[in-house]
Structures are given as structure tokens and as C-alpha cells.
Design a protein around this ligand. Structure first.
Ligand SMILES: Cc1cc2nc3c(=O)[nH]c(=O)nc-3n(C[C@H](O)[C@H](O)[C@H](O)COP(=O)(O)OP(=O)(O)OC[C@H]3O[C@@H](n4cnc5c(N)ncnc54)[C@H](O)[C@@H]3O)c2cc1C
Length: 442
């Protein structure tokens, strides 16, 4: 899905900015840069320190919002001078909140780097702080182009793309802008919602896993298993009649008890909106707000999630275990996202993400709002992970980053790990750029 070219990584080790000796403290130093600085005494601090996952509660020394690459460099130099971590942040959606750390300087790219600049060919430059919704909206406004990214409008382009491509994740430096390959808008799209009762989950899943990874490129879909039932969300780049014919052939429409079926044939931008509304729960009656994305502080949601790449179809024993797990907790769900298509045509060694060969990816997750649900929710997650581990291979999606994953280095990067470690050694030999799951030095 992530078919862009990441071009511009700014700022690694050699910085030419000279700091004045009069800057006695970190804050003096930051305030002398060309960035907005929010320190612990600023009224905005209590909201600016937050990330999307409310489970994360960290207190950085300051949040700096640069508006030029030069300012980014100056901030990093201050951090080096005062021996404080610099932590890049774009959309703030890291599952483990890795875009904020205690006592660090969060370098927030969302204000100075949220631009979209079409180049008059099939490419565009996008600032690293742009969110997916803004990118989709701006591209559509400019000329009807599309970019194949994620579904959630407030996810940051940087975190999403760079996790998959390998330059981001706070591993090597701070990316300031990216050169994107854009694509023509499809003439029409069909958005698909199907829902069956929970009792049919295993049968639906068996049919889906045999069909979705090999469906034509124009069809993408995911399936969600939860206590209330099993849902499929699909997007077809083409008319409803073609989408329906593909689904008929899959056998999915013949599963008994189908309780909801809707096809919406509509322009791509509307489908992107509707998918976003599904993920965020925001009404599509305010489409622009949705596309521009809510602030992370509007989320008020805690969650824990993990993932598995699945190279061969799962048998009914495993699927039954999954169904039993979601039946035990109404806040838990398991999502299956189809691979195949262009994802699998890119060799596993061409970018950081090694799991491209998979049939699909499983994300298992639980969300809650009440702090008293934290312990039982985390226990549900841990139990499910323990149950599923014996049936799964050691491969997972880094964008669903999980600090409880064992052997995470090889799970996320597979055979690419050594090459990434060489990059790390070359560009960041002191491991200045680090969080609990950044690429380790060799
Ligand atoms: C509601 C929701 C929906 C999602 N939907 C999808 C989906 O449909 N498809 C999918 O693949 N994923 C999806 N994800 C996962 C998402 O792609 C990852 O969480 C992603 O890392 C978030 O990026 P971000 O910029 O928002 O997060 P951030 O927390 O800002 O950043 C994530 C990581 O990247 C680093 N980073 C951020 N900016 C930069 C930069 N400029 N330079 C270098 N490093 C940087 C951070 O330090 C951090 O380690 C979803 C997540 C959520 C919460």
C-alpha cells in the first residue's frame, strides 16, 4: 500500500549551527531557535504533551514546533548540547506513544511541516507533519489525485509511511519532507460493508482468507471479529456491479445470517471520508473537519494492540480460539487486513518491512476509556497473545508497534535487520535517536 518514494532525510549528525555560550539552559537554547517552544510552565503544555493513546502519560521537558529545517537542526543541537533526547512527532499515533518521552524535547512537525506541493508531474512534495486526511483532501482539491495510505485521517504521513519504508520511527533522525508518487483518481469507487452474526465468524473468516489476498488489485478489504459479530469493510476501485460480482464469486454472500449489506458507489474522496468516519467515529456531516483530522487530544481513548503477519491460511482451531477471545470482552477485536496485490509485488528486501509476502496481517486490539478497565484490558491482551503465539510466525507490522512483542527486531524487520543496523551504525553511532524499540546498533 505504501508506494511512495521517501526522499529527503534532513539532519543527522553534522550540524553547522553554532550555539552561544550565553545559552545556559536547555530552554534558553530552545528559545533562541526559530521554533515555538512550549515548556512545562506554558498553559498549552498539559495538552501538547499528550499523544493519541491516553494510556501513555509522559512528561517531556518541552515541546518544540519548528517551521524550517534549520530550526529542526537548531533544536537537535540544543538537545545534544544539554544531553537530552530529541523525539520526533508527527501524528502522535504511535501505539506505544514513542513520539513522547519523559524529560525529552518533542520535536512536533505538525505546524511547520504540514504542506502539500504538487510538482506538475505525477509527484508531490509533502511536509512530514501532514496528516493523512489533509493529504487526501489537498491532493483531491488540487487535481483529483490520490495517495494510497491508511484509513484514519489523523494518522501522520511520516509515522505511517516511514515505519513501513524504514527511514522513520525515530530511528535515524528527523524527516522534514517527502517526495510522493501520486496516482490518478479512479472514475468511481464502491465502498462495501457486510456484517454477519458472531456465530458465523469462523466460516466467514475461512472464506475471506481464501479470497481476499488474491482478489484483483482494485479490491481491498479487511475483516473484523468482535463480540457483536463479524464485519467486512471493502473498497473497490470501480462500479458496484463489478464489486458485487467479485463478492458473489467469493462465497461470502452465501453465508447464512448476513445481517447487513451495503454498497455505496461514490467518488474516491467520499469513500476515504466514510472509511475515516468508521475509524474515528466522527460524523461525515462535517467532512472537511474529518479530513483535516481531530487533534490527538480529542481522542480520549486508551488501547493496546499487537499484530502478526500470516503467510499461510489459519485453520479452524486457531480461528475458534480467536472467536472465543473476542466473546470474552466486548472491548476487544481482531482485524484481518488483506495483503497481496502491489504489497506482495515489492520484494521483501526492497524496504524495511519484511512481511510483505504474507496473505494478510492480523491486528488484535482492545480499547477502553475508564482507567478502571486498564488492568482487565491489558490482561485480556496478554492472554490472547499467549494463546496465539504458538500458532504464529515471528513476523509483525512495525506500525502496530507493541512493547510486549518478543524478538521484535526480527519480527519487524526480518532479513532486513542487519542492513538497517548498518545504516544505524553509519548515521547514528552514538544511538542518539532511540526509543525502547528503535533499531539497535550492531
Ligand atoms: C486510529 C489509528 C488508525 C490507524 N490506521 C492505520 C492504517 O489504516 N494503516 C496503517 O498502516 N497504520 C494505521 N495506524 C498505525 C499508524 O500507521 C502508526 O501508529 C504510525 O506510526 C503513526 O504515525 P504518526 O505520525 O501518527 O505517529 P507518531 O507517534 O507521531 O510517530 C510514530 C513514530 O515515528 C516517529 N516519527 C514521527 N515523525 C517522524 C519524522 N518526521 N521523522 C522521523 N521519525 C518520525 C516517532 O518518533 C514515532 O517513533 C493507525 C493508528 C491509529 C491510532
Amino acid at each position: 500500500m505504501f508506494i511512495s518514494r521517501v526522499a529527503c532525510v534532513v539532519l543527522l549528525i553534522s550540524l553547522s549551527v553554532h550555539l552561544s555560550a550565553a545559552q545556559a539552559t536547555l530552554l534558553d537554547c530552545l528559545n533562541a531557535t526559530n521554533a515555538t517552544v512550549i515548556d512545562q510552565s506554558s498553559p498549552a503544555y498539559s495538552t501538547q504533551r499528550l499523544v493519541a493513546n491516553q494510556r501513555i502519560n509522559r512528561t517531556p521537558a518541552a515541546i518544540a514546533l519548528p517551521n524550517s529545517a534549520q530550526a529542526v537542526s537548531e533544536i537537535v543541537l540544543c538537545c545534544r548540547k544539554f544531553n537530552v533526547s530529541a523525539v520526533p512527532r508527527s501524528g502522535g499515533h504511535s501505539y506505544e506513544g514513542y513520539s513522547v518521552a519523559d524529560n525529552s524535547v518533542v520535536v512536533d512537525m505538525t505546524q511547520g511541516f504540514n504542506f502539500y506541493e504538487p510538482q506538475g508531474d505525477t509527484t508531490a512534495w509533502a511536509g512530514s507533519g501532514i496528516r493523512l486526511g489533509s493529504l487526501y483532501y489537498e491532493a483531491w482539491k488540487e487535481g483529483g489525485e490520490v495517495f494510497p495510505g491508511g484509513t484514519c485521517p489523523d494518522v501522520g504521513l511520516s509515522g505511517l509511511l516511514l515505519g513501513a519504508k524504514g527511514g522513520g520511527g525515530g530511528n535515524f533522525g528527523i524527516v522534514t519532507r517527502m517526495h510522493l508518487q501520486m496516482y490518478p483518481q479512479p472514475n468511481t469507487t464502491t465502498l462495501i460493508y457486510l456484517e454477519w452474526p458472531a456465530s458465523e465468524a469462523v466460516q466467514v473468516m475461512q472464506l475471506w482468507q481464501a479470497w481476499a489476498p488474491t482478489a484483483p488489485d482494485a479490491m481491498t478489504s479487511n475483516l473484523q471479529m468482535a463480540q457483536y459479530g463479524v464485519q467486512m469493510h471493502g473498497l473497490y476501485s470501480g462500479p458496484m456491479s463489478e464489486a458485487n460480482a467479485l463478492l458473489q464469486a467469493s462465497g461470502l454472500l452465501n453465508v447464512s445470517g448476513i445481517q447487513y449489506k451495503q454498497y455505496n458507489e461514490q467518488p474516491f474522496i467520499q469513500s476515504a471520508l466514510d472509511f475515516g468516519a468508521e475509524t474515528t467515529g466522527i460524523s461525515t456531516s462535517s467532512p472537511i473537519n474529518l479530513m483535516l483530522g481531530p487533534n490527538v487530544t480529542e481522542w480520549h481513548n486508551s488501547w493496546k494492540a499487537g499484530s502478526y503477519d500470516v503467510p499461510t491460511a489459519l485453520n479452524s482451531t486457531v480461528l475458534n480460539l480467536m472467536q472465543q477471545a473476542v466473546n470474552q470482552n466486548s472491548n476487544g477485536w481482531i482485524q484481518f487486513s488483506a495483503y497481496g496485490g502491489q504489497i506482495s509485488r515489492v520484494p521483501s528486501t526492497a524496504s524495511a518491512y519484511a512481511g510483505r509476502y504474507s496473505l494478510y496481517n492480523i491486528q488484535y486490539s482492545i480499547g477502553w476509556q475508564n482507567p478502571s478497565d486498564t488492568q482487565p484490558s491489558m490482561a485480556w491482551f496478554a492472554q490472547l497473545q499467549q494463546t496465539l503465539n504458538p500458532y504464529m510466525v515471528n513476523s509483525a507490522y512495525v506500525n502496530y508497534i507493541d512493547n510486549s512483542l518478543q524478538n521484535w527486531e526480527t519480527a519487524y524487520y526480518g532479513d532486513n535487520l542487519q542492513r538497517l543496523q548498518t545504516v544505524k551504525q553509519t548515521w547514528d553511532p552514538t544511538n542518539f535517536w532511540n526509543n525502547p524499540q528503535t533499531i539497535p546498533l550492531p
